[in-house]
Design a protein around this ligand. Structure first.
Ligand code: SAM
Length: 457
């Protein structure tokens, strides 16, 4: 029987999902953060549960050839990345195995999982930085990233996955906060003003949108702040104050107040230009987004049976997939729950001269039946790109009864993808899944899957 604080030497027999290695003692699994398959490690047991235990590395006795020195100094403390001790190529193999495990557990049939499409340069890839601002244990203001599974803020001044200009702007905004004694949010007593700094950049346009998330009305230095930061960074096209007064893990509230500029920026993806507002979803890795969308569209480009038909873009955000797809269809309808995103989507159709797309705000499960009632032609293709929780039951049932010829499922969570494919496989054939690495050095992985309606006799 394993006991807390005991030390053992173990062989790591598998890689877990989140940068942990797995060992077994008398068939009892132990999860060891930072260990890699093939290594021999001296560990100390941290915690013993009914069916497994957690251990920590004391000494690496035999090192994996896939182990690398993490370039980031904060890696061990910060909860942002969890695969940075592993060579990039091997992280892609781990991600492929994650997708295979999820799918093979849930589905009867073995589906081919292709190699993950990785990045040529997997550093500084994020176009959206969101750093919490708070108080450290000595009572000083701090900005950074939450450490893993806590709300302790680890100070970070140069994050290796964030856009480098956004990193610099964040540091200067925090310097302004400290120099001017601007009040920062204290999560324990729910008091104080600045909660988060959110910075978005259009990587192709170089336009920057700064959002300062506040808990109350006490950020009074608007004029001085705007002058200070826009003089330093002329790329800043807009600054927005966002009010979030709730005791919540959600970063942004619903109310925005423009401090400078128009309240939005533009970016370019492929041949299209997109307007992005603070509350609208926009994929965080634009280089991989083009690859993701083109992977999804390859299926349409080569299938004459669905070209010039009607398509749906469910969970459409600011309309990116629908607009990319619009040239292959007679008509496209997009549905999205965030109103500001739908306003952006409508504007995006206009500025790109896309006249055959219509957008609707609302919950897919409620709005989809209304749209299906209104439109003349049954959609032959449905794109779905839901949030991490996947499709809800009602949407799965609606898709089953609508029975489009193709469903193109874009997923950021292989577990819910597998669950939803299991529900849909009765009516659909699924041959393969293409993972795309949208989030290098974190355990997240995005997938594109095409579902083909089974022909009924
Ligand atoms: C993963 S994002 C995809 C957005 C877009 N397809 C893209 O590629 O940028 C998921 C989107 O679904 C929206 N959403 C979440 N729940 C929804 C629901 N029940 N009905 C409609 N949209 C929803 C979110 O606001 C978000 O914009």
């Amino acid at each position: 029987m394993l006991e807390k604080n005991q030390e053992y030497e173990v062989d790591i027999i598998d890689d877990g999902y989140q940068g942990e290695g797995i060992a077994k003692i008398d068939n009892f699994p132990i999860f060891i953060q930072g260990a890699i398959k093939g290594e021999r490690i001296k560990i100390k047991i941290l915690k013993v549960q009914t069916n497994f235990a957690y251990g920590k590395i004391i000494q690496i006795i035999k090192e994996s050839s896939n182990r690398v020195e993490a370039e980031c100094e904060e890696y061990k403390k910060c909860g942002g990345c969890n695969l940075r001790h592993i060579s990039y190529d091997y992280t892609l193999k781990i991600k492929k195995a994650i997708v295979e495990n999820c799918l093979y557990k849930a589905l009867n049939k073995n589906i081919e999982v292709h190699d993950v499409i990785g990045m040529e340069n997997p550093l500084f890839y994020r176009n959206k930085l969101q750093y919490p601002v708070g108080i450290d244990k000595d009572g000083n203001a701090v900005m950074g990233v939450y450490s893993s599974r806590t709300h302790n803020i680890v100070p970070v001044s140069n994050c290796y996955i964030q856009n480098e200009l956004c990193n610099k702007i964040a540091n200067d905004i925090f310097a302004f906060i400290k120099e001017n004694n601007v009040s920062v949010y204290n999560e324990t007593i729910l008091k104080g003003t600045v909660r988060h700094i959110v910075i978005r950049i259009g990587v192709k346009t170089n336009e920057v949108l700064v959002t300062i998330v506040v808990n109350d009305n006490n950020f009074k230095m608007d004029k001085e702040f705007v002058k200070y930061i826009t003089e330093k960074y002329p790329n800043i096209k807009s600054i927005v104050k966002n009010y979030n007064t709730k005791n919540t893990n959600v970063i942004l509230g619903n109310k925005n107040e423009i401090m400078f500029g128009s309240g939005y920026i533009y970016d370019i993806l492929g041949e299209y230009k997109f307007k992005i507002s603070p509350l609208s979803f926009y994929q965080v890795n634009p280089i991989q987004t083009e690859i993701l969308y083109n992977t999804a569209l390859n299926e349409i480009k080569s299938s004459s049976d669905v070209k010039n038909s009607t398509a749906l873009d469910l969970y459409c955000g600011i309309g990116t997939i629908g607009i990319f797809a619009s040239k292959y269809f007679k008509k496209v309808y997009g549905i999205e729950i965030v109103e500001q995103a739908i306003e952006d989507a409508k504007e995006n159709a206009k500025i790109n001269n896309v006249g055959n797309i219509k957008f609707y705000a609302g919950d897919v499960e409620k709005v989809l039946p209304q749209i299906l009632d209104k439109i003349d032609e049954k959609p032959k293709v449905v794109f779905v790109d839901p949030p991490r929780k996947g499709l809800d039951n009602k949407t799965v049932e609606l898709l089953k009864s609508l029975k489009p010829e193709k469903i193109i499922y874009i997923s950021c969570n292989p577990a819910t993808l597998a669950r939803d494919l299991k529900e849909l496989q009765e009516n659909y054939t699924i041959n393969s899944v293409q993972p795309v690495d949208m989030f290098p050095f974190t355990h997240h992985v995005e997938c594109v899957t095409v579902l083909y309606a089974r022909k009924t006799m």
